[in-house]
Design a protein around this ligand. Structure first.
Ligand code: G1P
Length: 297
């Protein structure tokens, strides 16, 4: 049995970013609410939490993000309206969203970086391990990425972050790890011990091509590490820099997660996610496939 010190029950979803990569769509609307097929981006992360055994989600919001709270709140008028119209299934879907899981919210008052956003959740997380999910990354696979990480944490007691191979010319978009394979683990070559990390290095400076893909399971000691972290890349308090301290002081793993990753915070990545989730849709996937085939590309 896993005890409370290693059970991962809470998740932090930073959602205070300004979404500048997606302007003008994000001028008056949070990027987390952009829909991929029929669900807002952030709901994919919430459903991943649910499927990973998380019981409590802490969303770090900022100015102009009220739509996120409304989305996960009850909507009695809408539910009643749908029921009166005989659309019981839709009413049930809407109800399910607000009953999914326990939500708490906290605000990041200034956009000081991802590390700072995570630090804003300190009181709500308390003294226990927690997951961090960056909502603009969707990882689609048989076992949810957060579950894969939680299993490593529960077995080793050490923090672990998701990585995947990225093209060397794209290292500037990611945190990149310098890591060595952990011998004799049940994850084989997929589990690595992190020596250090670099946030968004130039290709010639990148210590590897293993990029951090927006999923983390961390011990509460990370908060002290963030507090000791000054401003790094882009003048922001970077989670990556705090992870360097954690790796040195407590140890930290990287797990090459299984699954297909979409960076839906980027316009092209968003389109790819939309097309692939559209193709998988049970209701109209086939019709969409026929439509795509009919295009003279
Ligand atoms: C953040 C992290 C970076 C990570 C990336 C994954 O950067 O700082 O280390 O690789 O997410 O998407 P962002 O994409 O928010 O600039």
């Amino acid at each position: 049995m896993t005890d409370l010190r290693t059970r991962v029950r809470k998740a932090v979803l930073p959602a205070a970013g300004l979404g500048t990569r997606f302007l003008p769509a994000t001028k008056a609307q949070p990027k987390e609410m952009l829909p991929v097929v029929d669900k807002p981006l952030i709901q994919y992360a919430v459903e991943e939490c649910l499927a990973s055994g998380i019981e409590n989600i802490i969303i770090v919001t900022g100015r102009g993000k009220n739509a996120i709270e409304d989305h996960f709140d009850a909507a009695p008028e809408l539910e009643r309206f749908l029921e009166e119209k005989g659309k019981r299934e839709l009413a049930e879907q809407v109800r399910r969203i607000s009953n999914m899981i326990q939500f708490s919210y906290t605000r990041q008052k200034e956009p000081l970086g991802l590390g700072h956003a995570v630090l804003c959740a300190r009181e709500l997380v308390g003294d226990e391990p927690f997951a961090v999910l960056l909502g603009d990354v969707i990882i689609d696979g048989a076992v949810p990425a957060t579950r894969q990480l939680a299993e490593v944490f529960e077995a080793t007691g050490a923090g672990v972050i998701a990585v995947q191979e990225v093209p060397r010319e794209q290292t500037r978009l990611y945190g990149i790890v310098d890591a060595v394979a952990e011998k004799n683990s049940r994850w084989g070559e997929r589990l690595l011990r992190i020596r250090t990390l670099v946030e968004k290095p130039a290709p010639e400076q990148a210590p590897s091509t293993l990029g951090v893909t927006g999923r983390y399971v961390l011990p509460p000691e990370i908060f002290d590490c963030i507090e000791r972290t000054g401003r790094g890349a882009l003048g922001e308090i970077q989670l990556t820099d705090a992870l360097v301290l954690l790796a040195q002081e407590k140890g930290l793993y990287a797990l090459v997660v299984e699954g297909t990753t979409y960076d839906a915070g980027d316009k092209l990545g968003f389109l790819k996610a939309t097309v692939e989730f559209g193709l998988k849709n049970p209701e109209f996937g086939e019709a969409f496939r026929d439509y795509l085939r009919s295009l003279k590309l």
